[in-house]
Design a protein around this ligand. Structure first.
Ligand code: PGA
Length: 253
């Protein structure tokens, strides 16, 4: 059965020293609890801290992910980081298509698809973000918007490949705004995504894919969100920068 996942997306925050402190605190908190076997914690720090996070993670308490990857294999692409490099650093996950990258760096579904291909070719699991902006929800277009993102970003994959993917539904109006989708809104969209996956790949495959919720998820609302049958965990921004808050979400299952 699919995994429960809580992934922390640090975004462009924290100095090296602050990152060190947060990882240290997180480790001592994680040592105190016994998580269910089907739950996976992932920490996605900025690139310069990935090695430090891996040293802390020690392959047992949490896994480490990157926040972005190049769509190119290798070569003269100044500033880019390839999936091949991440693989060689033994990184297992990578966020792709976050709404901030779509909005500020003009990432399209085609680019998302190319990045997903790179990651899968190098044995990393993509955490692919989808979600509508406020205007689209107000126009009741959220289901169509997410359908297009899922289809164009992922539906070129075969059944074996798609099972390596984690999907994160992040309504853009809920990210960093303190405005969370209600448990009903989250479940409704997650069920929609699962239906799309079922229609394309069949129920057995669709049931294996973890669909995370993201957008102002915190200890106080995580339980209610995660209680939904199609919400398999969360992609956490702000609350992942405080060990206690992140732990509150990790232990919400
Ligand atoms: P937030 O961010 O938890 O700060 O709303 C979530 C995300 O962008 O992944």
């Amino acid at each position: 059965m699919r995994k429960h996942i809580v992934a922390g997306n640090w975004k462009m925050n924290l100095t090296f020293q602050e990152a060190d402190e947060l990882l240290d605190e997180l480790m001592s908190e994680l040592e105190k609890v016994e998580l269910p076997r089907d739950e996976q914690v992932i920490v996605c720090p900025p690139f310069p801290y990935i090695e430090m996070a891996s040293d802390y993670a020690n392959d047992s308490y949490f896994m480490v992910g990157a926040q972005n990857v190049s769509d190119k294999e290798e070569g003269a692409y100044t500033g880019e980081v390839s999936a091949k490099m991440l693989e060689s650093c033994e990184i297992d996950y990578c966020i792709v298509g976050h709404s901030e990258r779509r909005a500020y760096y003009h990432e399209t579904d085609a680019l998302v698809a190319a990045k997903v291909n790179q990651l899968l070719a190098h044995n990393l699991k993509p955490i692919v973000c989808v979600g509508e902006v406020l205007k689209e929800r107000e126009a009741n277009k959220q289901f169509d918007v997410v359908k297009t993102q899922v289809e164009q970003g992922l539906f070129h994959l075969n059944a074996e490949q798609i099972q390596q993917v984690i999907i994160a539904y992040e309504p853009v109006w809920a990210i960093g705004t303190g405005k969370t989708a209600t448990a009903e809104q989250a479940q409704e969209m997650h069920a929609h995504i699962r239906r799309l996956l079922t229609d394309k790949y069949g129920k057995e495959v669709a049931d294996e894919i973890s669909i995370l919720y993201g957008g102002s998820c915190k200890p106080s609302n995580a339980k209610e969100l995660f209680a939904n049958p199609d919400v398999d965990g969360g992609l956490i921004g702000g609350a992942s920068l405080k060990a206690k808050d992140f732990m509150g979400i990790i232990t919400a299952f």
